[in-house]
Design a protein around this ligand. Structure first.
Ligand code: CMC
Length: 439
């Protein structure tokens, strides 16, 4: 089992006159964790930690975040480096396999992604039966779950080469499903994947090419999509990745676990925030009174929150948001776009970063704050924003699933503290009902 270095220090818990020593585990970056694996057995106690705010659910070698210093690294490499020097396919390989690919490994991996990019023709008919206007995230999670019926060799106990192929297939095919779902939603014929295009170019082509108007693939748009996908590719034990690990711990097949991750991502507090940000910016722009919305966000009696602000882990500026803001400013000025939502976003950030409510709570723009504005400028429709997040997060989910099945993971089954009624008796009003089951 993968663990950190153990027993250099320990903590002592005093309880009911006894002392229990709890070992401290140290990670490779010096972070420390209390190992409570024997706590219940030795004391009868469980711990309560809603939202797992203080709980490391696993040890992992994939992604490192230092939320206080705004640091994010995949397999030890800072995202700033990866954005400059690699493509999304390189990063997918890095996350799933542990190192950046050699030239040959990159070719083999790209080839595998290409060979597994088509969906089974019978799956195409499913698209006909979703209602008009269905959100593409709902279509996506349903279609991913259906994949196990068409590609059955995905059990955790299958061969290593089946696992490799299933991992490549899910990373590649979900892109095709996403583009097909979009084409279907606008009533246009679907466009098949092409082997001569790179991962991101292929996606853009499937989204925007049409029989009457061939799509011109711009190198700059492809570069930007690579940047955005790299920045979203993994974020350690976030809600959707934790869902993947939890569902996967029951030895559910890969596609079902990825479908669960996709569903978790769709929520507005997680991946759905990028669409929610744009909707909110549009509302604030239409109203014109930015200060009013800042006041609402600070009002404890008002459920309104500034979407795209705050993060469970980052208590400094989200390093992804810093890169995306810069790319957004540059791209919009290069294409001569005067999107008023960018001005609204800039102004909100400026006010918030100088307001004690946000400063005291360390609330900064997160990855979603500027992403939507950039996607809009690239021509991506708003209801596809969270789908874009899902495509980008796939290598992360797959990497965590692989790490989890390679480890001696126990099935995820938390405890609870029961606070309901103590033993009750059935009241008189129910007596005799068992003989009238039809009622
Ligand atoms: N606007 C106003 N107040 C906020 C916000 C916000 N966006 N976020 C947090 N707060 C306040 C919150 O009310 C609380 O105040 P107090 O201490 O007075 O009760 C304090 O800050 C701490 O908030 P929390 O809800 O305990 O923090 P959390 O770690 O549980 O939640 C979060 C993190 C991201 C869910 C939250 O900041 C939020 O709802 N943000 C808006 C949604 C969003 O942008 N989500 C995308 C997250 S990044 C991408 C991803 O993970 O998918």
């Amino acid at each position: 089992m993968m663990t950190g270095e153990k027993y250099k220090e320990s903590a002592v818990l005093k309880f009911e006159g006894r002392e229990v020593e709890l070992p401290v585990v140290v990670g490779t970056e010096g972070d420390k964790a209390l190992d409570i694996k024997q706590l219940r057995a030795s004391t009868g106690l469980v711990t309560i930690d809603p939202g797992f705010v203080n709980t490391a659910s696993c040890c992992s070698q994939i992604t490192y975040i230092d939320g206080d210093r705004g640091i994010l690294r995949y397999r030890g490499i800072p995202i700033e480096e990866l954005v400059k020097k690699s493509t999304f396919v390189d990063v997918a390989y890095l996350l799933v396999h542990g190192t950046l690919p050699t030239e040959q490994e990159r070719l083999d991996f790209s080839c595998m992604l290409n060979l597994n990019s088509m969906i089974h023709e019978d799956m195409r008919h499913f698209f006909d039966h979703f209602p008009q206007g269905a959100h593409p995230m709902h279509i996506l999670s349903t279609m991913i779950n259906a994949m196990a019926a068409f590609y059955p060799n995905v059990d955790v106990n299958t061969t290593a080469s089946n696992i490799e192929q299933s991992c490549a297939r899910v990373i590649s095919i979900v892109r095709t499903i996403a583009a097909f779902a979009y084409k279907k939603s606008i009533g246009e014929p679907i466009v098949y994947p092409r082997h001569d295009l790179s991962y991101c170019a292929n996606f853009l082509n499937m989204m925007f090419d049409s029989p009457v108007q061939p799509y011109h693939i711009s190198a700059e748009t492809v570069r930007l999509l690579n940047v955005l996908f790299i920045l979203h590719a993994d974020h350690e034990q976030n809600c959707s990745t934790s869902a993947v690990r939890a569902i996967g711990s029951a030895q559910v097949n890969l596609y079902a676990t990825i479908s669960a991750g996709t569903s978790a991502l769709s929520g507005p507090l997680h991946g759905g925030a990028n669409q929610a940000v744009i909707e909110q910016l549009r509302m604030i722009h239409a109203d014109g009174d930015i200060e009013k919305f800042i006041k609402m966000a600070k009002d404890k009696n008002n459920p309104f929150r500034l979407m795209g602000f705050g993060h469970r882990v980052y208590k400094a500026y989200d390093p992804r948001a810093a890169i995306i803001r810069k790319e957004c400013e540059n791209y919009l000025s290069r294409i001569g776009s005067n999107d008023p939502l960018l001005n609204v976003a800039r102004r909100i950030e400026e006010i918030a970063l100088n307001d004690s409510y946000f400063v005291d709570r360390c609330l900064y723009p997160n990855v979603d704050f500027y992403t939507g504005i950039l996607y809009r400028a690239m021509g991506i429709p708003e209801n596809m924003f969270t789908v874009m997040f899902a495509l980008a997060r796939l290598p992360g989910w797959v990497a965590h699933w692989k790490e989890m099945i390679g480890d001696e993971t126990k099935i995820v089954r938390p405890r609870q503290l029961y606070v309901g009624r103590t033993l009750q008796e059935v009241g008189e009003e129910l007596e005799g009902r068992a003989s009238t089951f039809l009622l």
